[in-house]
Design a protein around this ligand. Structure first.
Ligand code: PLP
Length: 294
């Protein structure tokens, strides 16, 4: 991870050390803020339109006016990666309900948002996609509107800490006996009949932009997807398990709660999906991810 030296704060690009916000910002005091993380590959944004449309929905849902048009957002994103010379990695954006000079639950009638963006240069296709990750299962303690991408991430932060303590890299969160999603990714399994299953969209999970991209690629490729919730037991007995997110793209899960998934190695369906998605990103798969060729 290399955080770009130049960041964007409230209308200006500036060195990261000059980017300061008020302690009365509602993002800081109340987690009243939306965020997005968009991947960049070969200097191009992956489905920025999808991220901006989800941002619009989140902002509307949490009463924050959208400060920019999609064109302005795209311009800021491009200028940020240009200034930092970033070709591959992610751009983080956050819009908070702003600073009102006091801590007050309801706040003013209309908010004046705080806008912050930074870039993080790192390989999107690498060891993690090649070797996979380990996951644990734990209870989902988040609020009930997980379809909105807000910075209320304490449950996920604690889930990652619990995973690390258990020698794993991520956690699958479980509610009412069903997996909702991974701590910062959507969750998928392949059952013994080779069926690909991922939870249907609802208020219970984030509508992942990577998930949406994969659903359309797979439909075009003739691979059937069953959109339904699955249990942790189904995940434990699945032949393959993987997660999808902008930061880690397609991450094979090779162990769940300390037991191997399938034969403990990334499986053929996961590899096929990685290949399709990497190609759609414009990657030369034979050069950067020969392991995905199967
Ligand atoms: N689910 C959760 C809880 C997330 O935090 C994320 C990404 O941060 C995702 C799913 C995947 O979403 P996307 O593919 O848009 O990155």
């Amino acid at each position: 991870m290399t955080i770009g030296r130049t960041v964007y704060l409230n209308g200006k690009f500036c060195p990261v050390e000059d980017a300061t916000i008020s302690p009365f910002d509602r993002g800081f005091l109340l987690a009243h803020a939306a965020y997005e993380v968009t991947s960049v590959y070969d200097g191009r944004f992956i489905d920025l339109e999808g991220h901006l449309s989800r941002l619009r929905r989140t902002l509307e849902g949490i009463s924050i006016p959208n400060p920019y048009s999609d064109e302005q957002w795209a311009e800021i994103h491009s200028e940020l990666i240009d200034k930092n010379g970033m070709e591959e990695g992610t751009v983080y954006l956050e819009v908070t309900a702003g600073d009102y000079g006091m801590r007050d639950f309801a706040g003013p009638e209309t908010f004046t948002p705080t806008v912050f963006l930074y870039s993080d240069a790192r390989p999107l296709i690498g060891d993690l996609g090649r070797d996979g990750i380990r996951a644990i299962t734990l209870g989902d303690t988040r609020w009930k509107r997980r379809d909105m991408k807000t910075v209320q991430l304490l449950s996920q932060a604690l889930a990652y800490r619990a995973a690390r303590e258990a020698g794993a890299e991520t956690a699958f969160m479980v509610e009412d006996g069903l997996v909702t999603e991974a701590a910062s990714a959507n969750a998928w399994i392949v059952d013994a009949d080779g069926k690909l299953i991922t939870r249907e969209l609802s208020h219970s999970i984030l509508p992942g932009i990577t998930r949406a991209g994969i659903v359309s690629l797979l439909k075009a490729d003739g691979l059937e997807i069953i959109e339904r919730a699955f249990t942790p037991e189904e995940a434990a007995s699945a032949t393959e398990v993987f997660t999808t997110s902008s930061g880690a793209i397609v991450a094979p899960v090779v162990a769940l709660d300390g037991k191997p998934v399938g034969d403990g190695k990334p499986g053929p369906v996961t590899r096929r999906i990685q290949r399709l998605y990497y190609e759609a990103m414009g990657a030369d798969v034979a050069a950067v991810a020969p392991w995905a060729l199967g």
